[in-house]
Design a protein around this ligand. Structure first.
Ligand code: DGL
Length: 273
């Protein structure tokens, strides 16, 4: 049976990834789920994020999806490995769940000349040490400096990210990152919410620092994955359609989600159970 590719985030952030998937792989169908009722995930414990993410993955499987992308760094950092290693073999050995940390780590080192790389993410992503671990495999020459930015997701989710109130917290976390190393020349926005604030973040970065977002990287990596895995690709439906679901209020999701996705969306409510 063919079904859409599942795209999951704690809330709206994954829409910045989906936007790029639609751009680069428009032939596929996508099913987006934002767990807005339980967002944000960034400050929650490992067990909680794992439990919530597994419920979401099971929901996608119930809808028939063979491939699910965790378009959320926090879920990728705290749940992906367990789901891949402990759950999938018994739950659905023929299905696949992929994250956003590995594709980003595969390529990030290539942008840096100083080999000092900065990671801006949620507290959960930073504490998991997922980026230093993955980057040590793909860019062993790189030294990784991380900064948690716990105020950014609330600012974005409340539509305050472009206002002057956001300036304080953007400057604060960037100053804290560069206090760790003035030689950082490449910074990854390792949270799928942050691209909405990319312009403001760039304006507070020292000149000539490259700011990297994940949408393009994840889309290219997915394209390569589907090409290399025809057995998964053949289960993905290709009518160019996208459906949006939220665990919270669909009207709010439509309003806010449009800002993240860049075009009008129609959403439905779902319970995960
Ligand atoms: N968008 C999620 C990420 O990429 C974080 C949002 C949240 O804290 O729920 O990490």
């Amino acid at each position: 049976m063919q079904a859409p590719i599942g795209v999951f985030d704690s809330g709206y952030g994954g829409l910045t990834i989906l936007k790029e998937l639609k751009q680069q792989l428009p032939q596929y169908d996508y099913l987006y789920l934002g767990d807005n009722a339980r967002a944000p995930y960034g400050t929650r414990s490992f067990d909680t994020v794992y439990h919530y993410t597994l419920e979401a993955v099971e929901w996608f499987f119930k809808q028939g999806c063979s491939l699910v992308i965790l378009a959320c760094n926090t879920a990728s950092a705290k749940a992906l490995r367990n789901i891949q290693q402990l759950d999938l073999p018994t739950l659905a050995p023929d299905k696949r769940v992929l994250g956003v940390i590995r594709p980003s780590s595969e390529i990030l080192g290539q942008f840096s000349f100083s080999h000092h790389v900065g990671i801006l993410g949620t507290t959960g992503t930073v504490q998991s040490q997922s980026y230093p671990i993955e980057l040590s495999k793909f860019a062993p020459e790189a030294t990784v400096f991380q900064q948690a930015c716990p105020m950014w997701v609330p600012l974005i989710e409340n539509g305050q990210h472009e206002g002057p109130g956001a300036d304080y917290f953007v400057k604060l976390y960037i100053d804290q990152l560069f206090a760790q190393s003035a030689q950082i020349d490449t910074v990854l926005l390792a949270c799928t919410h942050y691209p909405l604030m990319a312009k403001k973040i760039q304006s507070f970065l020292p000149e000539n620092v490259k700011l990297v977002t994940q949408g393009d990287i994840v889309a290219k990596s997915l394209a390569a994955y589907l090409q290399n895995h025809p057995e998964i690709d053949q289960n993905c439906s290709k009518n160019g359609q996208i459906q949006f679901y939220t665990t919270d209020n669909p009207t709010s999701f439509e309003e806010q989600g449009t800002v993240f996705f860049g075009q009008k969306i129609a959403a439905k409510h779902t319970d995960l159970a």
